[in-house]
Design a protein around this ligand. Structure first.
Ligand code: CMC
Length: 433
C-alpha cells in the first residue's frame, strides 16, 4: 500500500507481472479496506473468500464493532451505556433513524407502534395449520412471510412516510406473532397486544397469560428482558443481517426480507446457539457433570461436538455482550431466588475452557449466547423460544440495515464463484451411460 498524499492511499496488486492500482478507503474508526469494485473489470480476475471472513459487503453507519478490543457501539453509543441506561424502544429508534429520540419523538413512536400492533385475524388460520410440535422459529419465519399477504403493497422507499409506516408496522406486528408461536405450541388462545402495557410487559403477557388467570409481570424479569433485547439489537454484518440485506437487495419486501433473516438466525452456529447451549449444559448435567470430558470432546477433531456458546467470528478477545449478560444472569438468578444446577456447570466449563491452551490459542471466549439462555430459562421462557427472543431483539437491527441498504440504492447482492466442475462434456443417451 502506498500513501499518495495526506488523504489518498492506493493498493497495488501485481498479477503475472502486471500492476493494478485500487483505492484504499478508511472508515471513521480507521478500518482500512481496499476498494475492489472495479477489480474484475480492470483485471478479469475475482477474489475468493468463503464465509466472507475478509470481505466487507457494504459501508455502514449503524454499528461499530472491534473484535480485538471487545468494543460494540450502536450509532456511536457504547453497548455498556445503552444496556444500563436505555429503554429497548429508544435503542430501536436510535438504530433505525440514527439518533436517540427526544421525549416527544419517543412518545409518538410508541403510539404509532401501538396503533399498528393488532394482527389480522386471518393470521390465526395460518398458524392453526401448524402442529403444536412445530419449532417456533419455523413458525415465526412462515408467519412473517405470511404477513405479506395482508400487507401486499410494496414499500415506496423514496417516500419517507411510506418507509416509516412499513417500519412501524413490522415493529408492531412481529412481537405479536413471535408470542403466538409459543401460544400455538401450548395450544392457548391467540390474543392481540394489551395496549395498556409497555413493550416488554405486553410481550410477556402475550406469551404467558392463561385463560381465566390474571397475568402480572415481574419487574426483575421485565428489566432483564429489556437488557437482553438491547444486547441483541444489532451486530453489523452477521449471517442473518447479511441475509436480510441480500434478500432486500433484490427489492423483495420488508416482511419477506425479515422472514429470511429469521431462517438464517435459526442455525445453531448463529442465534440457535442459545438453545444449543442449554441443551448442552443439560446433557453435561445428565451425564454426571464432568465438564473436562466435554472440554476434551470439543478439542477432539474426530468428534463433531463443539462447545456451544464459545467462539465468535469477530470477537477474538472477549464478547462485551457476554460480560454484561453474565452479570445480569447472576443478578436475575439471585433476585428470583433461582438455584439452577446448570449455572454451576456453565461456570466450571467457562473456567476450564479459559485456562485450556486449545481455547486460549484459538481465542475462544464465551459469547453472548453462553449466558443468555440461563437468564431466559430463569425467567420461565422455554428453551425452544430462546432464538425467537433473539429474533425479537435483532428485529430493529435487521430493519435499520435493510433501510440503510435500500436508501443507499445498493446493487443486488450477487457473489461470483470459481467454477471447479467438469469441462464441456458430450451428452450420452440413457442406454449408453
Ligand atoms: N468449540 C470447539 N472448537 C471451536 C469452537 C467451539 N465452540 N469454535 C471454534 N473452534 C475451533 C475450530 O475447530 C477451529 O479450530 P482449528 O483452527 O484447529 O481448525 C478454530 O477454533 C477456528 O474456528 P472457526 O470455525 O474457523 O471459526 P469461525 O469464525 O468460522 O466460527 C463460530 C465462529 C461462532 C461459528 C464458532 O466459534 C462456533 O461454532 N461456536 C459455537 C457456536 C456458537 O456459540 N455460536 C454463537 C455465536 S454468537 C451469536 C451470534 O452472534 O450469532
Amino acid at each position: 500500500m502506498e500513501v499518495m498524499n495526506e488523504k489518498k492511499v492506493i493498493a497495488t496488486l501485481e498479477v503475472d507481472g502486471k500492476k493494478h492500482e485500487f483505492p484504499v478507503i478508511t472508515g471513521t474508526e480507521n478500518e482500512v479496506a481496499i476498494d475492489i469494485k472495479n477489480l474484475r473489470a480492470q483485471t478479469g480476475i475475482i477474489t475468493l473468500d468463503p464465509g466472507y471472513k475478509n470481505t466487507g459487503s457494504c459501508e455502514s453507519a449503524i454499528t461499530f464493532l472491534d473484535g480485538e478490543k471487545g468494543i460494540l457501539r450502536y450509532r456511536g453509543y457504547s453497548i455498556e451505556d445503552l444496556a444500563e441506561k436505555a429503554d429497548f424502544l429508544e435503542v430501536v429508534f436510535l438504530l433505525i433513524f440514527g439518533e436517540l429520540p427526544t421525549k416527544n419523538e419517543l412518545d409518538n413512536f410508541k403510539t404509532d407502534i401501538l396503533g399498528q400492533s393488532d394482527v389480522n385475524q386471518d393470521m390465526k388460520k395460518v398458524i392453526a395449520g401448524f402442529p403444536t410440535s412445530a419449532h417456533p422459529m419455523g413458525v415465526l419465519s412462515s408467519l412473517t412471510s405470511a404477513l405479506t399477504a395482508f400487507n401486499p403493497k410494496s414499500v415506496n422507499v423514496d417516500s419517507e412516510e411510506d418507509m416509516y409506516k412499513a417500519i412501524v408496522k413490522t415493529l408492531a406486528k412481529f412481537p405479536t406473532i413471535a408470542a403466538w408461536t409459543l401460544r400455538n405450541r401450548n395450544a392457548l388462545p391467540l390474543k392481540n397486544r394489551d395496549k395498556n402495557l409497555g413493550f416488554e410487559e405486553s410481550f410477556l403477557k402475550m406469551m404467558f397469560e392463561k385463560p381465566g388467570e390474571e397475568y402480572k409481570s415481574n419487574p426483575i424479569v421485565v428489566d432483564a428482558l429489556n437488557k437482553l433485547l438491547i444486547l441483541h439489537a444489532d451486530h453489523e454484518q452477521n449471517c442473518s443481517t447479511s441475509t436480510v440485506r441480500m434478500v432486500g437487495s433484490s427489492q423483495a419486501g420488508l416482511f419477506a426480507s425479515i422472514s429470511a433473516g429469521v431462517s438464517a438466525l435459526w442455525g445453531p452456529l448463529h442465534g440457535g446457539a442459545n438453545q444449543a447451549v442449554i441443551e448442552m449444559l443439560e446433557e453435561i448435567e445428565k451425564d454426571g457433570g464432568d465438564t473436562s470430558k466435554f472440554i476434551n470432546k470439543a478439542k477432539d477433531k474426530e468428534d463433531p461436538f463443539r462447545l456451544m456458546g464459545f467462539g465468535h467470528r469477530v470477537y477474538k478477545n472477549f464478547d462485551p455482550r457476554a460480560r454484561i449478560i453474565k452479570k445480569a444472569a447472576d443478578e436475575v438468578l439471585s433476585d428470583l431466588g433461582v438455584n439452577d444446577p446448570i449455572l454451576g456447570i456453565a461456570k466450571a466449563l467457562e473456567k476450564a475452557a479459559l485456562e485450556d491452551p486449545y481455547f486460549v490459542e484459538r481465542k475462544l471466549y464465551p459469547n453472548v449466547d453462553f449466558y443468555s439462555g440461563i437468564i431466559y430459562r430463569a425467567i420461565g421462557i422455554p428453551t425452544e423460544m430462546f432464538t425467537v427472543l433473539f429474533a425479537v431483539g435483532r428485529l430493529p437491527g435487521w430493519i435499520a440495515q435493510w433501510r440503510e441498504m435500500r436508501l443507499g440504492k445498493e446493487p443486488i447482492g450477487r457473489p461470483r464463484q470459481v467454477y471447479i466442475g467438469e469441462n464441456l462434456r458430450e451428452f450420452k443417451d440413457l442406454e449408453n451411460r
